[in-house]
Write a protein that binds this ligand. Structure first.
Ligand SMILES: NC(=O)c1ccc[n+]([C@@H]2O[C@H](COP(=O)([O-])OP(=O)(O)OC[C@H]3O[C@@H](n4cnc5c(N)ncnc54)[C@H](O)[C@@H]3O)[C@@H](O)[C@H]2O)c1
Length: 392
């Protein structure tokens, strides 16, 4: 049986999701064309790492991520560290000839993302970036409908990603609020997923005009815990929040469609408010991740007395679902998207074929993020091509 060996960097929220996904790939999809093996894992706190590695069944662990890069028993370097580390780790991995699984956003800036694209394409390694939401079979189906012309010409995309995990001003400071470690705030963290979906479903965004707002301007300095797990004590000093809580943006697509993208990390009531409405000349789609097993489809060609959105329940006729269940409507969850993503990468590596979405796709998302950021700073429309580099 062919094996694909994984070296994971980072054991936080996403490290857990990736390790869980790889463990489940053979259980859901079987051992063909290859079986992933959890070979080695890296993080900073050795005591915690030792327990974590054993719980997940990694053969080895290290507190030096570079050991993973140069480990001859590693085929895939899996990067789930905070954003500022992605570029250095991904470039080192590519130069060592390793395939790459990297979390989004690919890099802090499109210039850094371009360097990753260059290194990956020069080395000829396979890459995938964690835009897991379009691994939901509902999105593959949405794309099929659009490609088959079921919606006619796409005229409008309105997308969101709102969550309220930072709505409480008592939630402490963490790396997501540090411009040096995260880049933009909710735009890179949540909005990058919506931009990814917009590109996947409608096509390239060419022009943007954005605005941003920071609602909670300072937060308590934590004493420990990374990311969502940061903990602060009652008398902790305060630290200024360095990036935005809300981004709203008008967008224009290369194919003539227009739209808007909005994202908030202080959006009270929204738990996983990733969604969109896509309108076309012959029909429309409506989706929200909070009901991820349903896609609302409207056909303007229906007889007048039957016109209205209908609910399509995701099932075995939608790409990726059948491996989980043979019947529609039973439903997938967040981690199942990650299992599909990990399986796509393992399959691509085993068969030596491209995976999707790769670092070049993610570079495109980084360019739109940079354009939105510049548009906010300079209070003007920005053409995304202002961020073109040698890899375009
Ligand atoms: N695709 C998604 O749905 C999704 C969801 C959440 C986060 N993310 C992305 O995943 C990445 C990680 O986010 P998270 O929420 O898991 O963060 P986290 O803070 O929970 O985990 C990050 C981990 O990286 C470790 N780390 C930091 N520096 C390291 C180093 N030099 N070497 C080894 N380990 C190191 C930390 O100790 C921590 O365990 C981010 O890029 C984020 O944008 C993606």
């Amino acid at each position: 049986m062919k094996e694909v060996r994984v070296g994971l960097i980072g054991t936080g929220g996403m490290g857990k999701a990736h390790a869980t996904a790889f463990k489940n790939v053979p259980l859901v999809f079987g051992n063909e064309p290859a079986r992933p093996v959890l070979e080695i894992v890296a993080d900073l706190d050795e005591e915690a790492l030792k327990v974590w590695a054993s719980d997940f069944g990694f053969a080895r662990y290290t507190t030096d991520w570079r050991e993973i890069i140069h480990d001859p028993n590693v085929d895939i370097v899996d990067i789930t560290t905070p954003n500022h580390l992605h570029a250095e780790m991904a470039i080192a991995a590519a130069e060592a000839g390793k395939h790459i699984y990297c979390e989004k956003p690919l890099a802090l800036t499109s210039a850094d993302a371009a360097k990753i694209v260059e290194a990956v394409e020069k080395a000829g390694v396979i890459s995938i970036v964690g835009f897991n939401y379009f691994k939901n079979p509902a999105q593959a189906f949405a794309r099929q409908l659009i490609e088959e012309g079921e919606l006619g010409e796409i005229t409008l995309f309105r997308g969101t990603f709102d969550q309220d995990f930072l709505a409480d001003p008592n939630v402490p400071f963490s790396w997501r609020l540090d411009r040096q470690l995260a880049g933009t705030g909710t735009l890179g963290d949540l909005g990058s997923h919506t931009l990814g979906l917009a590109h996947f479903l409608v096509g390239e965004i060419t022009e943007v005009c954005g605005m941003m707002s920071t609602v909670v301007k300072e937060r308590a300095v934590p004493v420990g815990g990374s990311g969502y797990a940061a903990k602060a004590e009652g008398d902790a000093p305060m630290r200024e929040v360095e990036n935005e809580d809300i981004t709203e943006c008008l967008v224009r697509f290369a194919n003539g469609a227009v739209g808007a993208i909005g994202t908030s990390r202080v959006g009270t009531g929204r738990k996983l408010g990733l969604g969109y409405e896509i309108q076309g000349t012959k029909g429309s789609l409506f989706y929200t991740q909070e009901r991820m097993n349903e896609l609302k489809l409207y056909r303007h060609t229906d007889p007048d007395r039957e016109k209205g959105y209908k609910t399509v329940y995701i099932g075995p006729d939608h790409p990726g679902y059948k491996a989980f269940f043979g019947l529609a409507g039973i439903g997938l969850g967040y981690n199942d998207q990650k299992i599909i993503e990990a399986h796509d990468l393992v399959t691509a590596v085993a068969l030596n074929q491209p995976a999707y979405p790769d670092v070049r796709f993610a570079y495109g998302v980084n360019k739109v993020m940079d354009a939105i950021d510049l548009s906010v700073q300079e209070k003007r429309w920005v053409n995304v091509s202002e961020f073109n580099t040698a890899v375009d």
